[in-house]
Design a protein around this ligand. Structure first.
Ligand code: PAF
Length: 278
């Protein structure tokens, strides 16, 4: 497995792959890899000849009071997992090699990022779009795989690719869950045993929404209230609960099959997100 630590090394390699008609897949991550990430690598391997995994805790997408400093990191374990998963190359840059001190060009999506996490984490998707656009220009992938766990992120990346004409296929892979339903997340390591139990409220509230919608169309306001109640009963502090159109991410008045339910909630100090296409 190849290891690149500078943008130049990755881009040189990517140009050589392109010259040889090798189809490249990219899996962008922030590391501390779990089964969710491994499923993205597996998906990329099905669709490409060579797979690059990027591991970069991107400072530009974290707010001043967020967890950039304490975000979990374990390079040795991540490299072993990438190797086992069959990655061709891993890109491990530092913030200093990714961003010039006077960097002044950023990528901003102006519609899909207005609500949900975009409203709660100002600047977050500007940081995500900017780093993902840079990774696309460095790895020159034919296909890039993202997780549905970050539903809004995936929608915004698809929009960026469409609107800026990146010649890249975006694949969104399903959420990987623990057996009890909790969505896999690197941030789950922050949870105490009690919080880990309470965190089940997220997947349970989404299951409740799916059950209700399976019975017939539901008035969104009433359904959201039921979900909020369940989350609060699990000692979670709700950041948002939304029922939105799957493409435009705008709130719907009535939830129907295909509507997406999204939750962000604090479990102690840890902010967790989860979603489900109803
Ligand atoms: O989903 C993530 O881990 C990050 O937002 C991403 C896409 C790697 C960009 O830093």
């Amino acid at each position: 497995m190849l290891i690149f630590r500078t943008p130049g090394e990755l881009q040189q390699w990517a140009l050589a792959q392109r010259a040889r008609n090798v189809k490249v897949g990219l899996v962008p991550t922030m590391g501390y890899l779990h089964e969710g990430h491994l499923s993205l690598i597996a998906e990329a391997r099905k669709r490409a000849d060579a797979v690059v995994v990027s591991i970069f805790v991107n400072p530009v997408q974290f707010g001043p009071n967020e967890d950039f400093e304490k975000y979990p990191r374990d390079e040795a374990r991540d490299l072993a997992r990438c190797e086992e998963a069959g990655a061709t190359a891993v890109f491990l840059p530092t913030p200093a090699v990714m961003y010039a001190p006077d960097a002044s060009v950023f990528v901003v999506e102006e519609r899909l990022g207005q609500g949900l996490c975009g409203a709660r984490r100002p600047g977050h998707f500007r940081g995500v779009c900017t780093v993902v656009a840079k990774l696309f220009n460095l790895a020159l992938p034919d296909v890039a795989v993202f997780g549905q766990k970050d539903y809004q992120q995936a929608a915004i990346i698809k929009r960026m690719v469409r609107d800026l004409n990146f010649p890249i296929e975006i694949v969104v892979a399903p959420i990987v869950r623990e057996t009890d339903g909790l969505a896999k997340s690197s941030r789950n390591v922050y949870l105490s045993a009690e919080e880990r139990q309470n965190a089940l409220g997220l997947s349970r509230a989404l299951a409740l929404a799916a059950e209700e919608v399976a019975k017939g169309p539901c008035e969104s306001q009433a359904l959201r209230q039921k979900m909020v109640r369940l989350l609060e009963q699990s000692a979670l502090r709700v950041d948002y609960v939304e029922l939105v159109d799957a493409e435009q991410l705008t709130p719907v008045a009535e939830a129907v099959p295909g509507t997406v339910a999204l939750i962000a909630a604090f479990c102690g100090k840890t902010r967790l997100i989860d979603n489900r296409i109803l």
